[in-house]
Design a protein around this ligand. Structure first.
Ligand SMILES: Cc1cc2nc3c(=O)[nH]c(=O)nc-3n(C[C@H](O)[C@H](O)[C@H](O)COP(=O)(O)OP(=O)(O)OC[C@H]3O[C@@H](n4cnc5c(N)ncnc54)[C@H](O)[C@@H]3O)c2cc1C
Length: 500
């Protein structure tokens, strides 16, 4: 049987492991941490349960396809609830917008901000639908094997149809004039770690899928996805080894022969898949310095300062998903993406999952997460993370005070926070960039680092920084694509059984 070693039990590693085992491969997953999940992790403390990374379950059809490919039904594993309104968006002057799939409610809210803008929304959603379906079918949901394949006569016109060369913020101006509406329909780029001033206009697909397909929440939290995939993989025979950081991928000629662990153990394999962040893998686990340097020159997504708060009371004015946007929207992105720092006036996000699932907090108490986007680690100008954390905290408390949450500090049972340094330390994310490599035109499709190493032809990649990109559903597609490729390229039984 062909033996496969996967480095990392993030959602990409888990989904690839389960798919390969389902198809008869002998799979071992080696993970540095004590449990699966990677960035899609959880924290349980004193009766409070936090999803530490992802909180938005989007594109349910992609999750459902993963379960189906493993012979399972998603409904047997996840109790999904639709969150509508999806977000409460709040501007500094107190204007609020509850984004919802209820078109009557949207019409009333939009027309109050900009007369005539509801028609703009309908046209914007038509565009988003086109971008969503074309992208999923023609770009995100398939492998590209060569530059000619990507820029083929059939594909080239599609790049224009999905507006891959236009910027998202400039494009949204065709549909809305009011800066609040332009912000409300572009800020979603931030949860891919991108600036709407740099991101391709293709990403109007996000607003479409949120309103049309919904924003969902699995009862128990996003970590339920990880638990269920790990259980399915285990039942299919995948062997997991935790607390086992990999030190090196061993190579010989044009093949990867195995891995060496930090504790000195060496494990051979016919096929290796790296789920750990791709730029980190080239930099730390592989010998070719030139390739690592090339990757280091690419654009990275932003990082995030996080606060996990156990609170001894409930604030009903905080909804499930709350977005507080900065007054100077453009300047705030320049500070994050150009200066690698925290904006003077940051936009931020607050998650209160107990609004949907009371079991994530003790009765009468609350479980709150705040996410403040910030620049990634910068070697040339190292940031003072304690100072940035203090500013992010003060900004979050001030925005919450605007909606009447004035005594949060007195009601905190505990506070845990992460900065870019924690994201790097916990999961080996290059530069502490929360979402991996960026997704501008030059870093997507065949132009993104490939899911197979160009020299070591049995070394593959799955996860946020390879094709197709970041976000849980997109990483699930990454697992699907890499497994399709491995089944084409490494089908023959060979090699020795795993040493475990
Ligand atoms: C704050 C935040 C909010 C987010 N919000 C959302 C959201 O709402 N919705 C959404 O869809 N997506 C969201 N994302 C993105 C999503 O979390 C990621 O795209 C996805 O979880 C990445 O999965 P992955 O498998 O690519 O990588 P990872 O989760 O990084 O998994 C890689 C694994 O490799 C392990 N590893 C690293 N180095 C080694 C080594 N040397 N040896 C062994 N193991 C190693 C790591 O410990 C980790 O477990 C968010 C991300 C963050 C950080």
């Amino acid at each position: 049987m062909t033996s496969v070693l996967i480095i990392g039990a993030g959602i990409g590693g888990l989904a690839a492991a389960a798919r390969l085992a389902y198809n008869g491969y002998q799979v071992t997953v080696v993970e540095k941490n004590a449990r699966p999940g990677g960035r899609c992790d959880q924290l349980v403390l004193d009766g409070h349960r936090f999803d530490t990374g992802p909180t938005l379950f989007l594109m349910p059809e992609v999750f459902a396809e993963t379960y189906a490919a493993l012979g399972q039904r998603m409904a047997d594993h996840l109790d999904l609830r639709r969150i509508d309104p999806t977000y409460r968006v709040r501007f500094p002057d107190g204007t609020t917008l509850a984004l919802t799939s209820d078109l009557n409610a949207m019409q009333a809210q939009l027309e109050a901000i900009e007369p005539g803008s509801f028609g703009g929304l309908l046209r914007y959603l038509v565009e988003g639908h086109r971008h969503y379906t074309l992208s999923l079918q023609k770009f995100v949901g398939r492998n590209f094997y060569s530059l000619l394949d990507y820029f083929s006569p059939a594909n080239l016109p599609l790049l224009f149809q999905v507006k891959a060369l236009q910027k998202h913020y400039a494009n949204v101006g065709q549909y809305f004039q009011h800066p609040y509406l332009k912000a409300a329909f572009t800020f979603q780029n931030m949860y891919l770690g991108l600036s709407p001033y740099d991101a391709p206009a293709t990403y109007s697909l996000l607003q479409y899928t949120e309103l049309a397909d919904g924003v969902w929440f699995p009862m128990g939290g996003l970590y339920r996805v990880i638990e269920s995939l790990a259980k399915i993989a285990t039942n299919l025979g995948v062997h997991f080894v935790y607390n086992a950081p990999v030190r090196q991928i061993e190579v010989s000629g044009n093949r990867a022969t195995g891995i060496a662990l930090e504790d000195g153990r060496r494990l051979p394999a016919d096929v290796i898949i790296a789920n750990a962040d791709l730029p980190y893998v080239y930099d730390r686990l592989l010998p070719d310095r030139a390739a690592a340097e090339r990757l280091n020159r690419l654009q990275f997504t932003c990082s995030a300062i996080m606060f996990y708060w156990g609170v001894d009371k409930v604030y009903p004015q905080i909804g499930h998903h709350n977005v507080f946007l900065a007054g100077d929207y453009q300047a705030s992105f320049a500070r994050i993406f150009r200066d690698n720092t925290l904006p003077d006036e940051p936009s931020l996000y607050v998650h209160a999952p107990a609004r949907t699932d009371p079991a994530v907090a003790p009765p009468g108490q609350d479980t709150l997460l705040a996410l403040v986007p910030v620049g990634h680690l910068d070697d040339r100008q190292p940031q003072d993370w304690d100072a940035l954390r203090a500013r992010a905290r003060a900004a979050t408390l001030a925005r919450l005070a605007d909606i009447g949450v004035t005594d949060l500090e007195q009601h905190l049972k505990f506070e845990i926070s992460y900065t870019a340094e924690d994201w790097q330390r916990l999961y080996n994310l290059a530069r502490g960039a929360a979402f991996g490599l960026s997704h501008d035109f030059w870093q997507v499709g065949y132009l993104r680092p490939h899911n197979r190493h160009d020299r070591y032809r049995n070394l593959y990649f799955v996860g946020s920084s390879t094709h197709p990109g970041t976000g849980l559903p997109i990483v699930l597609l990454s697992a699907k694509l890499v497994v399709e490729r491995i089944r084409q390229e490494q089908p023959r039984p060979a090699g020795q059984p795993s040493v475990f």
